[in-house]
Ligand binder design. Sequence first.
Ligand code: FPP
Length: 162
Amino acid sequence: MNPLNHVAIIMDGNGRWGLKYRNSRNAGHKAGLNTVEKIIKETIKHKIKFLTLYAFSTENWKRPKKEINYLFNLLETFLLKRIEDLHKQNIKLKIIGIKNFSTKLNKLLKLAEKKTSKNTRLHINLALNYGSKFELINAFKILSKKKNKVNEKNFVKYLQTK
Ligand code: FPP
């Protein structure tokens, strides 16, 4: 077992790379996804158990609609093409963040999670529509509905279950 158990990557700089080397931000996103494939291979090779990819934050919705559409088409195509193979490789895919995308993509994401839920070789957390502010507010809202008071102890306990 590799003592390095979990690698987390913020997928930043794709757009800038694309503009500099391919004259297009979208080309950078495509290249970024190819890099993700390489990273998955390397994580498996090095027997790392968890890979978290911070792919699309709540802030990212401020981007031009064209770029957002391109990104989500890229993600849909990736899932349709690759999920069977990821499953065969015993890889588990979990989406972290709020799944409120198109009906088609929500279904696809849930299907991919369900299909791969029992896999054990590598666990990939794909962070989509995530934001720390939102997560914290949501955690407080949930806890405040519970009978016990919101305090540091149960707040930390709640976050550990996420
Ligand atoms: C950040 O680069 C990257 C993203 C916002 C998306 C990366 C995700 C993928 C390529 C995977 C497929 C798509 C989705 C929706 C998960 P940037 O554009 O912020 O780069 P910059 O900092 O150079 O502008």
